[in-house]
Design a protein. Sequence first.
Length: 135
Amino acid sequence: MTKRTFVMAKPDAVERGLIGEIVSRIERKGLRITAAELRSVDRALAEEHYDEHREKPFYGDLVAFLTRSPVFAMIVEGPDDSTWELCRILIGKTQVTDAQPGSIRGDLATTTNENLVHGSDGPESAEREIRLWFG
């Protein structure tokens, strides 16, 4: 059974011209991108995307970051329920100093505040984010 998840190249990745590198890593892993869109993010979408952080002090910075320039949003499909986990491994740990070499963040990110890629935390968040971004 094929399962899907949500992955996004954030504004810093788009600005640095890393969409192709990110897509290539996903595809080399054997995962398929079944939908993708380069899009500017309005404030309402950014706020909804980061809703779980609404009460945290860094929430405003997250919203400002996501709306500063385009993102590349993707639906990624894989062979089973671990598709979201495979993507998280490819992406690397959130803290770039903890991200393993070979991961996107481990190889390409230099700061945690701008760590290039977002990946869903699990099957439920993946479906929520896919609905939010792709309808």
